[in-house]
Design a protein around this ligand. Structure first.
Ligand code: 4AD
Ligand code: MG
Length: 462
C-alpha cells in the first residue's frame, strides 16, 4: 500500500493525518510503558520518531523492533512534546518486514568508525553519514547533466573497452578472453592477441577523451560521464582504481574558453549543492569538517587565480618551504605543491597552465616556445588537482611529431589522426574527477567514502 516518505511528512506536517511509514529502525529506546522508535527511509537525513504504547502491542512484536529491522507503521501524525523534533507519529499498528538479529547485525546504535564501515560497504548506506554522502552524490550527478543540457552540450557515450591508452600513462587493466596462465603465442614467443575475442589487445578505458574528441568534431559540444579505470598502485586518500569522470570536449574553444567553462561549471555544481543539499551538508560539517559550508560558499564567490607553471615554480622555490619532493622547472607538481599554492599562498582555487611538454599527454597543443603545452589543471583546497584538461593539438604534422616523441604507434591511432586529416578544428576539453568533486563538496577526507563500492589496490569488493 501507499506510504508517505519521511522527507515529505516532515515537510507537510499535517497534524492528525493518518500516515503509513516504511523504513529501517535506527534506534529504539523507552521504558515499560512506551517505546520510542527512530525510523529512517533514506529520503532525508532526519529520522521520524515513532511512539508506541507498549500495552497496545504484542510484546514479541515490539521485541523484534531492533536497530536495523525494516518495519511498516500505521499511525497518526502529532505535535511532539519533546524539543528534539517538531512532529512524531503515534503508532496504531506495526508490521515487521524483516528482522535484524541484534547479536549479528553489524551496525549498532553507537557510531562506528569510517574504517570499520568500509569493511561493510554493503550495509553502510544505512548510516546517517553514507545516506548523506550518497544523496549528495546523486544531486551532483543530476546537476552535471542539467548544467550541460541547459547549455547545448550532448551526452556522448564512449566505450569502456578500448584499444587506446588516452593518457599514455600505461596504467591500464587489460581485458582479454585468452587463458592468461597459458596464452597462445606467436612464433617469436609473444602473446598472440589475434586469437583474443576482439582480435587485438584491449583494456578498460582510462579516459573517454579521445573518443569524445571525435564527437566534438561533429556535434561541437559534447560531454562524457562514466566510469574510468587506472591500474596505478596509488594507495592514497585521493586515488581510486575505478572512478567516474566528466569530460566535456568543445570544438572552437581555446584554452581561455576551456578555463572559463571549468570555473563556471565547478561554481555551478557547488552552488547547486548549497541550494539543494543543505541538511546533508550541515550534518557532514558537524560530524567531519568544521567550516565546510563556509568553504563551499567562498569558492562560489571567489575568482580563480590563473597562473602559468613557470610562475608557480618561482613561487614554490621562493616560499622557503622544505617540500618532500624538491621543485625544479620540469618536475611534475605533487599534491603538497598544489596544496601549498592553493591553501597557503593564494588561499583560493588556482588554474595552472602551460606545463612543460614532457610531463603532459601527447595530445596537448604545443605553445610557440616549443617547450610548453596548453595544459590546464584546476587546483582546489584540500584536494589538489580536481580537473585536468587542455587545448588539443589540431595540427596533423605537429600531432604526429608528438606521438613519435612518446613512442605512440601511429597505425593504431589512425582513427584519431583522421580528425586532424579531415576538417580539423581548434578544440579543447577537460576531465573532472567526480569523486574528487565529492570529496570537496561533502568534506569527507577519504575518496573511499564518497563512492558506494570503492575499488582500490587489494580491494575488489565482496
Ligand atoms: O588528469 P587526468 O588524468 O586527465 C585525463 O584523463 C584527461 N583525458 C581529461 C581530459 O582532458 N578530458 O584525469 C582527470 C581528472 C583528475 O584531475 C582527477 O580529478 C581525476 O580525473 N583522477 C582521479 N580520480 C580518482 N582516482 C584516480 N586514480 C584519478 N586519476 C585522475
Ligand atoms: Mg592530471
Amino acid at each position: 500500500g501507499g506510504r508517505i516518505e519521511i522527507s515529505e511528512l516532515l515537510g507537510s506536517r499535517e497534524i492528525n493525518a493518518k500516515v503509513t511509514l516504511k523504513g529501517w529502525v535506527r534506534t529504539k529506546r523507552g521504558n515499560k510503558n512506551v517505546a520510542f522508535i527512530a525510523l529512517n527511509d533514506g529520503s532525508t537525513i532526519n529520522n521520524i520518531q515513532v511512539v508506541a504504547d507498549v500495552a497496545s502491542f504484542d510484546e514479541a512484536l515490539l521485541r523484534d523492533v531492533t536497530t536495523g529491522a525494516c518495519i511498516r507503521v500505521d499511525g497518526i501524525l502529532v505535535e511532539s512534546p519533546g524539543s528534539e523534533q517538531p512532529v512524531e507519529v503515534h503508532a496504531e499498528k506495526i508490521e515487521i518486514y524483516g528482522k535484524a538479529d541484534p547479536e549479528t547485525y553489524p551496525l549498532q546504535k553507537k557510531g562506528h568508525s569510517l574504517e570499520y564501515l568500509r569493511e561493510i560497504a554493503h550495509l553502510r548506506p544505512r548510516t546517517n553519514t553514507f545516506g548523506a554522502v550518497f544523496r549528495v552524490r546523486h544531486a551532483m550527478a543530476y546537476a552535471i547533466h542539467k548544467y550541460f543540457n541547459d547549455r547545448g552540450f550532448y551526452y556522448l557515450h564512449t566505450p569502456i573497452i578500448t584499444g587506446s591508452d588516452a593518457e599514455g600513462a600505461g596504467a591500464m587493466f587489460e581485458v582479454t578472453t585468452l587463458d592468461v596462465g597459458n596464452p597462445p603465442r606467436t612464433e617469436d614467443g609473444a602473446v598472440d592477441y589475434s586469437q583474443d575475442f576482439f582480435g587485438r589487445r584491449c583494456n578498460l578505458t582510462v579516459s573517454g577523451q579521445l573518443e569524445g574528441e571525435l564527437g566534438a568534431m561533429a556535434l561541437s559540444k559534447i560531454y562524457t560521464f562514466g566510469p574510468t579505470f587506472r591500474a596505478e598502485n596509488s594507495n592514497t586518500p585521493r586515488h581510486l582504481a575505478e572512478f567516474w569522470m566528466i569530460e566535456p570536449e568543445m570544438a572552437f574553444y581555446e584554452l581561455e574558453d576551456d578555463m572559463e567553462l571549468a570555473e563556471d561549471f565547478l561554481k555551478y555544481l557547488i552552488r547547486y549543492a548549497l541550494d539543494n543539499c543543505m541538511e546533508d551538508l550541515r550534518f557532514l560539517e558537524k560530524m567531519y569538517d568544521e567550516g565546510l559550508v563556509e568553504r563551499l560558499r567562498s569558492v562560489t564567490e571567489s575568482s580563480f587565480v590563473r597562473l602559468d607553471y613557470t610562475g608557480a615554480i618561482e613561487i614554490l622555490k621562493g616560499s622557503g618551504r622544505k617540500f618532500e619532493f624538491p621543485v625544479e622547472w620540469g618536475s611534475d607538481l605533487q599534491s603538497e605543491h598544489e596544496r601549498y599554492l592553493v591553501e597557503q599562498h593564494f588561499k583560493k582555487p588556482v588554474i595552472l597552465i602551460d606545463y612543460p611538454k614532457e610531463i603532459k599527454a601527447f595530445y596537448m597543443k604545443l605553445n610557440d616556445d616549443g617547450k610548453t603545452v596548453r595544459a590546464m589543471d584546476v587546483l582546489f583546497p584540500k584536494i589538489g588537482e580536481i580537473i585536468g584538461g587542455s587545448q588539443r593539438e589540431d595540427d596533423y604534422d605537429k600531432l604526429v611529431g608528438r606521438m613519435r616523441d612518446f613512442d605512440i604507434n601511429e597505425e593504431d591511432m589512425w582513427w584519431y589522426l583522421d580528425t586532424r586529416r579531415f576538417g580539423s578544428a581548434p578544440h579543447s576539453g577537460f576531465g573532472l574527477g567526480f569523486e574528487r568533486l565529492l570529496l570537496f563538496v561533502t568534506g569527507m577526507a577519504n575518496i573511499r567514502d564518497v563512492i558506494p563500492f570503492p575499488r582500490t589496490p587489494n580491494n575488489a569488493g565482496f
